[in-house]
Write a protein that binds this ligand. Structure first.
Ligand SMILES: Nc1ncnc2c1ncn2[C@@H]1O[C@H](COP(=O)(O)OP(=O)(O)OP(=O)(O)O)[C@@H](O)[C@H]1O
Length: 268
């Protein structure tokens, strides 16, 4: 156990706990075990990122955490509740914003959509949507349609929709992989702003090792076959983080090199 996890475990219960999770697709001769005995805890208010080799099962893991597909064994707990279906206190942002937004609805209606059936008045839904859009830097875009926005702006709308939910835990699956480098940097910084403003717990799956370090308080590195947790790396880089200054530090370079070594290590 690292100093960071020790500190957390002494002070609070995890917001999200993954306990001995395994996942096998198919059965009989076609069976393929993707995840084997994956365990980790995420603490309230923390941002953690998950990295691992392509095809390691990162999306599979995230879908199990979100209650979107069952694991083969093991369990996920959101607070004290075992996850068996998509929990109300958890929101997910996917990579492909073009498929997650409804093109025939306005931006405002897209953000309000998941709030229906939650016992909120229309005025309250509208207010939450406006506030979430303002938080992602789109305060005056509610009446536009998604196709009138750039890719980066559409992903901001998808993030606003998750924020309007006011979830305890926000899961993000390769959220910035489909946008250009500058927009990606802006959205990484937006993630820091959201964390500060809403105090929510964030778990980000990413291919990008630099991004995993820049965003997170801890990086969960997956490797092996079947995939398990190789190491949980604490990131003690100061906040606020800055794209140029933080990424130029020796500590950042050392963390990036260490994680790259873990990801590229051949399976035992
Ligand atoms: N529904 C499914 N049925 C059978 N096999 C699946 C299913 N979903 C994923 N797989 C397999 O599980 C493995 C892990 O896929 P997954 O998408 O979870 O990995 P990943 O780490 O997110 O990949 P990448 O880094 O390329 O995005 C892959 O070999 C994939 O083909």
């Amino acid at each position: 156990m690292t100093d960071t996890t020790l500190k957390h475990s002494l002070t609070q219960a995890p917001a999200l706990s993954v306990q001995g999770l395994s996942k096998t697709y198919n059965s009989g001769a076609a069976a393929r075990q993707i995840l084997g005995n994956v365990s980790f805890d995420i603490y309230k208010g923390e941002t953690a990122s998950i990295v691992g080799p392509s095809g390691a099962g990162k999306t599979t893991l995230l879908r199990c955490l979100a209650g979107l597909q069952p694991s083969t064994s093991g369990a996920v707990y959101l607070g004290n509740e075992k996850v068996t279906a998509p929990p109300r206190q958890l929101a997910v942002v996917f990579q492909d914003y073009s498929r997650s937004l409804m093109p025939w609805l306005t931006v405002g209606a897209n953000v309000e959509l998941p709030l229906r059936g939650r016992g909120l008045t229309a005025a309250h839904r509208h207010e939450r949507a406006q506030s979430a859009l303002a938080s992602v830097g789109l305060p005056n875009h509610a009446s536009l349609h998604p196709w009138q926005l750039s890719g980066g702006m559409q992903q901001r709308v998808a993030i606003a929709r998750a924020l309007a939910f006011e979830p305890d835990v926000l899961l993000m699956d390769e959220p910035f992989a489909s946008v250009d480098a500058q927009t990606r940097a802006d959205l990484e910084d937006l993630t820091h702003t959201i964390k500060e403003k809403y105090g929510m717990t964030i778990l980000v799956v990413t291919h990008d090792i630099e991004e995993s370090v820049y965003l997170a308080d801890r990086v969960i590195v997956l490797s092996g076959s079947p995939t398990s947790v190789a190491e949980i790396v604490p990131v003690d880089l100061a906040y606020p983080r800055d794209q140029v200054q933080t990424k130029s530090t020796r500590e950042f370079a050392d963390l990036r090199a260490h994680i790259l070594g873990l990801v590229r290590r051949p399976a035992a």
